[in-house]
Design a protein around this ligand. Structure first.
Ligand SMILES: [Ca+2]
Ligand SMILES: [Ca+2]
Length: 215
């Protein structure tokens, strides 16, 4: 944390306004670590019925409050997974889109795969390979993460990292293959975002400039 060590090295006779400006800059730097971001809404090309809608993968259903990518998603019950109709994958409809109300800078994707149980007794719903396509507000492609593999029967999130992409308002999730079922399913997703570095630098600078004028 460079800003924090900088403030420690300053002499103790700093004016209080300069010290508070440093404090603000340090606080902003602390908040610059990646944060888990839930899409605001989602649509899917195929849903089994109203109990297994795509909203079930963005609303935290099946996870405890305060969950992290290391948290386990509960097994498949009504209202906590998304499931396609039979044959959706072969028809090209095993896909979804996630939307953000404001532009995001994204750097990773957390995916909790389908968990089979005695409702979904077919154990092969889980996503095996997928593409992620990050888009701007006009639908333009900003970045594509193609042919990513996923494992079945993993309770925690599987994580996919990429260089930060700014200006994202929509991410398409396109399933290439599952583990061999007519149905395809998914438990939960999140993205991770980092506040834009330019915005942080500007905020920090303005705080220091205000302090300087007061001296
Ligand atoms: Ca869920
Ligand atoms: Ca693909």
């Amino acid at each position: 944390m460079p800003i924090l060590s900088l403030s420690r090295s300053f002499p103790s006779n700093l004016t209080s306004s300069f010290r508070s400006a440093l404090f603000v800059a340090t606080s902003i730097a602390s908040s610059a670590s990646a944060q888990m971001i839930a899409p605001n809404s989602a649509t899917a090309a195929s849903e089994f019925n109203s109990n297994y809608v795509i909203t079930n993968v963005i609303n935290g259903s099946g996870l405890l409050a305060g969950f992290t990518p290391l948290s386990e998603h509960a097994s498949y019950v009504v209202g906590n997974h998304w499931t396609t109709q039979a044959g959706a994958l072969n028809a090209g409809n095993a896909r979804a889109s996630f939307f953000f109300n404001t532009t995001q800078t994204l750097s990773s994707f957390n995916m909790w795969n389908h968990r089979s149980n005695n409702i979904a007794s077919d154990p092969f719903y889980a996503v095996a390979e997928f593409d992620l396509i990050l888009r701007d507000s006009s639908g333009g492609v900003l970045f594509s993460l193609l042919n990513q593999t996923a494992l079945p029967n993993v309770l925690v999130a599987q994580n996919y990292f990429f260089a930060s992409v700014a200006g994202v308002t929509r991410v398409d999730f396109v399933i290439d293959s599952n583990n061999g079922s007519p149905f395809t399913g998914l438990a939960e997703v999140r993205f991770n975002g980092i506040p834009t570095p330019g915005a942080i630098a500007l905020l920090g600078m303005s705080g220091l400039l205000v302090a300087r004028r007061r001296r």
